[in-house]
Design a protein around this ligand. Structure first.
Ligand SMILES: [Zn+2]
Length: 429
């Protein structure tokens, strides 16, 4: 007797009509027509069943704070940072916890069950770290939360930046962050990357740097990040987040840079919604898109992730914890329009992002955690097109969220009585 069997599922790799059996929170079999009964059986005929969505780049201390204390009128990254600086002294632990929990509820409803969040350590009160460490424990049964010690105002530029980051790591944050392009000078930025990689090596932690989030093609801290990763032997543990300056760099220089990133085993995380919204703000026309060179990074074999980055905060007034919206935007901005590219985008939102976070037991294979999402779409390409409804969300073998199928009743003479948007699409095989 299994705890759970999901019957007749379509999987992201294209397999169809597959059963998934679960026992004690783990997947124990993935094959067609599994014999035997289960306490719970779910029919997934014609539906895509995927491992949960993963967000490798988010700001949970700022989320849902839109309008506090005012709106970002220029829409720029720098006004967002200034606005956050106005809000920060007024933050309370209770309010931070309340907003973060509310966001995690939303995330679960969208089948998003793992999030890496940067936590601002610039205010020496560290109320952000204190609150989010509590949230990490509170949500652990249903959502895996990793916390990055992130010196938003600069590791060297903020008065207490160096000491605060160190104390935040002592408190138990999981990852070393940084923001070299926001330090006062290129030299300070370079020095910060070196110092942060040294801290990660000493403490045995991963690194995730907001790196070159600018349209300035001369912002080249990613080369330092690659070099220091090799120097300290941090291969596979270091993430370059944003990397938007790569959009504007000279092609010859990029032809040298990408092999260095490969040598270092860097992960590259783009944030399509936020990059297209914040970058190019000083351009007239033509206006740059500002997202890093995703197809070229993928072609070089670099693990690419896509993050949501912000939802209703000083930098971005939209968003709904929907990683399919992130992927939908990535398809447009990177012009990844082929069937192969779209399948790759879905793979990034799940497996690629899980690799960025180093998640254990992720996937749909015997031995993996029984974390599954059943979508109102027949395959990964359709899921992205429709930003498909999450019908059932399962964590460690238990259903934790359900949404009714989205169907519209029609009253049109001579036409069907009901429309299911997932019910028809031309064959893409
Ligand atoms: Zn960010």
């Amino acid at each position: 007797m299994f705890d759970l069997v999901v019957r007749n599922a379509n999987l992201p790799d294209g397999r169809e009509g597959v059963d998934i059996a679960v026992q004690s929170g783990r997947i124990v079999a993935v094959e067609s027509a599994i014999a035997g009964a289960a306490q719970t059986e779910i029919d997934a005929t014609g539906r895509l069943v995927t491992p949960p969505f993963v967000d490798p780049h988010f700001h949970m201390d700022a989320t849902l704070s839109l309008g506090l204390p005012r709106m970002n009128t220029s829409g720029t990254l720098l006004e967002g940072i200034a606005l956050w600086g106005e809000l920060r002294p007024t933050l309370t632990k209770d309010a931070l916890i309340e907003r973060a929990l509310r966001y995690c509820d939303l995330a679960v409803s969208q089948g998003l069950l793992a999030v890496r969040s940067h936590i601002d350590t610039s205010d020496p009160r560290l109320v952000t770290a204190e609150a989010l460490l509590e949230v990490r424990d509170m949500v652990a049964p249903y959502l895996t939360l990793q916390l990055v010690a992130f010196p938003q105002d600069g590791y060297y530029r903020a008065p207490d930046g160096v000491a605060s980051l160190s104390r935040a790591l002592d408190m138990g944050l999981d990852v070393v962050g940084g923001i070299p392009h926001f330090e006062r000078t290129m030299a300070d930025g370079t020095a910060s990357v070196e110092a942060l990689c040294r801290i990660a090596a000493d403490r045995g932690l991963p690194v995730d740097i907001h790196c070159d989030e600018t349209d300035d093609p001369m912002s080249r801290h990613v080369e330092t990040l690659a070099a220091q990763t090799v120097r300290f032997g941090l291969h596979g543990r270091v993430v370059g987040s944003h990397l938007t300056s790569m959009h504007s760099m000279d092609n010859y220089y990029v032809s040298k840079l990408i092999p260095m990133m490969v040598e270092a085993g860097l992960h590259a995380v783009a944030n399509p919604l936020i990059n297209i919204m914040l970058q190019g703000r000083h351009d007239t026309y033509p206006k740059r898109r500002g997202m890093t060179r995703v197809p070229e990074l993928l072609a070089a074999g670099i693990n690419v992730g896509f993050g949501h980055d912000c939802v209703m905060d000083p930098w971005y007034s939209m968003g709904s914890a929907d990683m399919l919206e992130v992927g939908h935007m990535a398809i447009h901005v990177a012009q990844m329009a082929s069937i192969t590219d779209k399948r790759k985008v879905f793979e990034i939102l799940t497996y690629g992002n899980a690799r960025v976070m180093g998640l254990e037991g992720y996937g749909i294979e015997a031995g993996c955690h029984a974390d599954l999402v059943i979508l109102q779409a027949r395959d990964a390409v359709e899921a992205l097109r429709l930003k498909a409804n999450r019908l059932t969300v399962i964590r460690r073998g238990k259903v934790i969220a359900e949404t009714p199928a989205r169907l519209t009743a029609l009253t049109l003479a001579g036409r069907p009585a009901q429309v299911d948007a997932s019910g028809y699409a031309p064959s893409t095989k």
